[in-house]
Design a protein around this ligand. Structure first.
Ligand SMILES: CC(C)(COP(=O)(O)OP(=O)(O)OC[C@H]1O[C@@H](n2cnc3c(N)ncnc32)[C@H](O)[C@@H]1OP(=O)(O)O)[C@@H](O)C(=O)NCCC(=O)NCCS
Length: 228
């Protein structure tokens, strides 16, 4: 597995024309985060020997990784300089991969009903760190959705995933709690890791092929180290 990361404020390299066409009508902020994501992806792919190909996107927004590879992109404007991260792995090692980065603050109460299941909300009742734990659940669910959606063949939302967060271990277990035909069992229940970096929370879900341990990243994220 290879990972690349950078902040969102630096200069963005030119995109492949086919990539630029995907965001030609987007606002500047969106074009920038997309371009930086493609730049990180291009660097990660080059380290795996893949060059010159545009990284296009499917109708649901998921990147269309070259044959034989899986990957995930995240960007956030949180933190002093924003953050963009990309992880890419060979499908023979990893069958699904999802990463997410968000600001390390509390999840706004207005979002709780949208993000959390009833059971998850009940577990937070009376907890003085409920807002922070809710944010961890949100980041974990985003990473899990990115790992699972490309194989699910159907839309999923946050409450279709139940997350058990273990902040002391910087880990979580995420389970798909709705029926998804043909979703492999190892994607129904995913194990993930958290890391923190410069006011940003990072979550990563890696589903190794055939249950074998995934090899670690060659050059890890500052924040994602030891996660993948
Ligand atoms: C798609 C989603 C995972 C994006 O996450 P986010 O935290 O908003 O944004 P991030 O910057 O971390 O990630 C965005 C990247 O995720 C990737 N992405 C987008 N859709 C994706 C999908 N379906 N599967 C996997 N990855 C996806 C893209 O690479 C995108 O960046 P890019 O467009 O620049 O390439 C998030 O919106 C989500 O969880 N959606 C599903 C839940 C939902 O809202 N459902 C409603 C009904 S289906």
């Amino acid at each position: 597995m290879v990972t690349e990361e950078c902040d969102l404020l630096g200069p963005a390299e030119a995109m492949h024309p086919a990539e630029a066409a995907l965001v030609e009508r987007a606002v500047e902020r969106r074009r920038r985060e997309f371009a930086i994501g493609r730049q990180c992806a291009r660097r990660a792919l080059a380290r795996l020997g893949v060059t010159g190909l545009p990284l296009l996107a499917g109708p649901n927004g998921a990147p269309l990784w070259p044959a034989g590879l899986v990957g995930s992109i995240t960007h956030t404007h949180a933190g002093p300089a924003g953050f963009c991260g990309v992880a890419v792995a060979a499908r023979q090692d990893v069958v699904a991969l999802g990463i997410d980065a968000e600001g390390a603050d509390s999840l706004a109460p207005a979002l709780w009903d949208f993000v959390l299941t009833g059971a998850e909300k009940r577990r937070l009742d009376g907890n003085t760190r409920a807002g922070h734990l809710a944010k961890l659940a949100f980041v974990a669910k985003e990473a899990t959705l990115k790992a699972v959606l490309p194989s699910a063949g159907q839309p999923l939302d946050f409450r279709d995933i139940h997350v058990d967060v273990a902040p002391a271990e910087d880990g979580f277990v995420a389970e798909v709690v709705v029926q998804v035909e043909n979703l492999p069992p190892d994607m129904r229940r995913c194990v993930g890791r958290f890391a923190r970096h410069d006011r940003i929370i990072l979550a990563a879900v890696v589903v190794p092929n055939r249950g074998e341990p995934a090899s670690g990243p060659e050059r890890p994220f500052v924040g994602f180290h030891a996660m993948c």
